[in-house]
Design a protein around this ligand. Structure first.
Ligand code: UDP
Length: 356
């Protein structure tokens, strides 16, 4: 009842593709939008594309988040590459004053009270919710390990990810411990969603468990610079405001993934004018232009990662300039206005009367 002949329906990712043939029979044009693709082709990826091919063929147009993800069978088809974008007004990316950042981090239980947040009344961090109403961060994060709160004035290295092996949180920890801990006063926060229950998210619980084991295996003198942080997920706006504050406070935003679909945490860090250190994998290479961040050619090379991180921490002026260029690059390429215009142009093309 909602879809009528002549409508255009956007189908997202492979899960919805089975609808395309039915919708075509109903006189509806479909556009298939895929965020996934193949990094390294092999017989299994070829089989997967062969499975999807007949389901995709009835579509009128195709959108991929990366040019590299377009499968060979769509050569010559009406394909548009539209990269994802971030919303600069969302709780995740909106501007936050340094005092609000400090208050949010303190409310979360991550840092101690300092002069920076400028109020002694125990006030919590204020932000604007997605619906425009005012929000406050009230919840605490869970921080693994005993120890005093982090030093708000010391440089904080941050990676925010799901607890997934491909994000290599353990590698981020091991490289930091081996090459950086104890220098420049640097601290590391590995941040991800709360994992309540192994039955809920077995992989997340397992990866977080591996991080805890790695952390516990460090000498106490190293451990005290490193925190594993899990964020409450019940209130998505509040969770986003916490991520926002962490990224804004970060001296360096790391995304040392072993593989990545797009990796929007990179654009999020760059938008906040942070120096970003990230693996040259997946969509991360589309986001980091020359001189707008540091790319690691081999994400498993912990020496190279440690040296690059050390270099950014040692040169605060250079890192700040890198962050400013990153923010301009995201402003020009990865905000929603560019995204909207590309969709408008695509819909115009799809709606244009065909020849004859
Ligand atoms: N994220 C979050 N809270 C968390 C962990 C991650 O909001 O506790 C967000 C992160 O800020 C980003 C998204 O989840 O916006 C992850 O997207 P990305 O493309 O980096 O990786 P994916 O998880 O899709 O592989």
């Amino acid at each position: 009842r909602w879809v009528r002949p002549g409508d255009i329906v956007l189908l997202h990712d492979p899960q919805t593709l089975g609808l395309a043939a039915h919708l075509r029979r109903a006189g509806v044009t479909t556009i298939w939008r895929s965020h996934i693709g193949v990094d390294h082709a092999n017989e299994w990826t070829a089989q997967a594309w062969e499975f999807l091919r007949p389901l995709a063929e009835p579509c009128g147009a195709y959108v991929f988040s990366r040019a590299q993800y377009v499968p060979p069978f769509l050569a010559g088809a009406p394909v548009t590459v539209i990269a994802p974008s971030i919303d600069p007004f969302s709780p995740k990316n909106q501007d936050l004053a340094p005092a609000a950042v400090a208050r949010i981090l303190r409310t979360m239980g991550l840092t101690a009270a300092t002069g920076a947040d400028g109020d002694a009344d125990g006030g919590t961090g204020v932000f604007t919710r997605a619906d425009g109403s005012p929000g406050r961060v009230r919840e605490r994060a869970a921080v693994v390990g005993e120890g005093p709160p982090l030093d708000h004035e010391a440089p904080l290295v941050v990676q925010v990810s799901r607890w997934d092996h491909l994000k290599d949180m353990v590698g981020v920890l091991a490289g930091f411990a081996a090459h950086v801990a104890g220098r420049h006063g640097a601290q590391l926060a590995l941040v991800g969603p709360a994992v309540h229950d192994v039955s809920d998210d077995p992989e997340g619980a397992a990866v977080l468990g591996e991080c805890v084991v790695a952390w516990e295996g460090l000498a106490p003198s190293l451990r005290r610079h490193i925190r594993l942080v899990t964020l409450p997920m019940e209130d998505t706006d509040e969770n986003a405001a916490m991520v926002n504050a962490l990224q804004r406070h970060a001296a360096v935003v790391v995304q040392k993934s072993l593989a990545e679909g797009f990796g929007l945490t990179v654009a999020e860090g760059m938008w906040k004018a942070r120096p970003v250190l990230a693996s040259a994998v997946g969509g991360i290479v589309d986001q980091v232009a020359p001189d707008t961040g540091v790319l690691l050619p081999d994400p498993t090379d912990l020496d190279a990662y440690g040296a690059a991180l050390e270099g950014l921490l040692a040169d605060a002026t250079g890192a700040a300039a890198l962050g400013e260029r990153a923010r301009r690059h995201v402003r020009d390429n990865f905000l929603g206005d560019r995204h909207l215009l590309q969709y408008a142009e695509l819909l115009e093309r799809v709606l244009a009367p065909g020849p004859g």
